[in-house]
Write a protein that binds this ligand. Structure first.
Ligand code: 6PG
Length: 242
């Protein structure tokens, strides 16, 4: 099932997303004894991350929370462009999460090796729990102004990957390497939470949500988990052309 919820501001988007994160965590920990979440990169989730730090506002059992990422830029951890760096600064360094519960994409390795390493991490983690797919309880995603999600960019061969869960991908427009979950892995999630804000995203969001599917051109359209729900949390600026 797919739902779209429009909020008046970026702050309202962050608050709604934090509430979704908390309820997904509580639901998973109550029913399975643990919560697996893949964080998105970029800047939009940072306000939500900071809200999750407020102990009074959230009752997350971080000891039972396993944190992964949907993609990563192939830059060192200390680089401000690194997604794990951003999540640590805004959230993970401020909550009592065991270091072994944080599963970074190892960008100190070359892209191909980093992708293989992360795929092994995922396969052993989910395999040890009897799962043959990375069934995240919550998968957070963003959307770029040209319709990319995770690091699946328009025209990328990764969009057609049917076997691997993780691949390296060279992004021509950014002249940089990334590591990304493939649609096979992304669409295994139980719940997908898209966070999209800003007027610059409005034209593409209209196409992604309202027009016929062309995932090769608009990769965010490839997200359609057969056994999962998708919730789009967007601000009015991004939704202005829907
Ligand atoms: C990344 C992200 C990417 C991001 C979008 C939106 O590594 O860049 O995973 O998919 O979510 O580019 O980014 P903003 O939230 O910064 O607009």
């Amino acid at each position: 099932m797919m739902q779209i919820r429009v909020y008046p501001s970026r702050n309202a988007v962050a608050r709604a997303a934090a509430a979704q994160f908390v309820s997904a965590a509580e639901r998973a920990i109550t029913t399975q004894g643990r919560f697996t979440v893949a964080l998105s990169g970029g800047s939009t989730p940072h306000d939500m991350f900071r809200l999750l730090v407020d102990e009074d506002a959230t009752t997350i059992d971080w000891a039972r929370t396993q944190v992964f990422w949907g993609d990563e830029r192939c830059v060192p951890l200390k680089d401000s462009e690194n997604n794990a760096h951003g999540a640590r600064q805004a959230l993970l360094d401020h909550v009592q999460i065991p270091v072994n519960n944080i599963h970074r994409i190892q960008t100190d390795l070359a892209p191909e090796a980093a992708a293989d390493n992360y795929e092994q991490t995922l396969r052993s983690f989910f395999g040890s729990r009897g799962l043959d797919q990375p069934r995240f309880d919550l998968l957070m995603l963003g959307m770029g102004s040209e319709g990319h999600t995770a690091s699946l960019f328009p025209g990328s061969s990764a969009l057609y990957e049917q076997e691997r869960w993780v691949v390296p991908t060279y992004v021509e427009k950014l002249e940089s390497w990334r590591v990304t979950l493939t649609p096979v892995a992304l669409n295994a999630a139980t719940k997908v939470l898209f966070l999209v804000a800003g007027e610059e995203k409005a034209p593409v969001l209209k196409h992604v949500l309202n027009e016929y599917k062309q995932p090769y051109l608009y990769p965010a359209q490839i997200i359609d988990p057969p056994q999962g729900d998708v919730l789009w949390i967007v601000d009015e600026a991004a939704a202005s052309q829907l």
